[in-house]
Ligand binder design. Sequence first.
Ligand code: IPM
Ligand code: MG
Length: 369
Amino acid sequence: MASFNLFLLPGDGIGTEIMVEVEKVVAWFEKRGVATFERERGLVGGSAYDAHGKAISESDMALAMASDAVIFGAVGGPKWADVPYDVRPEAGLLRLRKDLGLFANLRPAICYPALADASALKRELVEGLDILIVRELTGGVYFGEPKEIVTLENGEKRAVDTQVYTTHEIDRIARVAFDLARTRGGKVHSAEKHNVMKSGVLWKQVVSEVGKGYADVTLEHILADNCAMQLVRRPKQFDVIVCDNLFGDILSDVASMLTGSLGMLPSASLGSPDPATGRAKSMYEPVHGSAPDIAGKGLANPIAMIGSFAMALRYTLGLGEAADLLDGAVADVLASGLRTADIANPGQNAISTTEMGDAVVKALDARVA
Ligand code: IPM
Ligand code: MG
């Protein structure tokens, strides 16, 4: 039986609660003999800061580097609002992305039929929605230098962030988008702001160049602001959207609400395959944050976390059938009417985080019975 190393980083807030639920799912697949999952756990974000004064320790970074897949919960919270910038909770997440070379962030936004009424948009606009946002994750304004606040001679302060992209960074994320579009609807929208940004001009050029090698995929360039507008106007026109780090952050939050709740969106972050082993580093995390306002209350929706594990099964572990089974089980649970508070119908009794995790495990049992 194949054996994989999972490195679990629950993080802060609801991260710890949803990790418990995904572990039930991992245990289920192990019990079914799908694979053996060695599980190691570590600290990231505020919990790592409390323990080590850093957003992730060197030993946990080493474990992340050595793992087959990092399963990440969420980081941050008001408790750490005033910690130094370099060790703020988010720094742990950004370091993992950067040091693991996870340049390709896949954020699918799928509207389950059962949830079409939970969307902020009308049912007919979102029913059947299936968008994949391919977000560049290790470049752009998140990491560009200089990044600083300096005091000028007149005492005024000046803050700088740097948006920077090189050809190869754009080229490789574009290829990921085109390759994936081939397996789906055959359409790529490339979102940038070439009307005001040099990085947008280069982005558009390089994506066009890459597109020439994919005659079977339709490429459309779209300004990022228009893309945001079109996402809420007529979202089903999109198949794959490829964009830089910051636009991807924003557009994926928009896309999430089309599906009913931010609590539904999984993501996969992938690196380049190692030439020696053929394996790429990877991390799987929900798109939502640590939701400190509801943490510890059993209100969190674990589906984005569970869906992220389904993506790990598919993209890193090569267990596509297991991934389909898990996605199917989640759809069954939703179709049966069970809802956590974020997706509950008005007046409906919502179930807890734990109950939702248990329901998914039961639905898995039912699917193989
Ligand atoms: C995301 C989050 C992160 C980001 C934060 C927590 C740093 O919003 O993964 O979308 O901005 O990338
Ligand atoms: Mg975000």
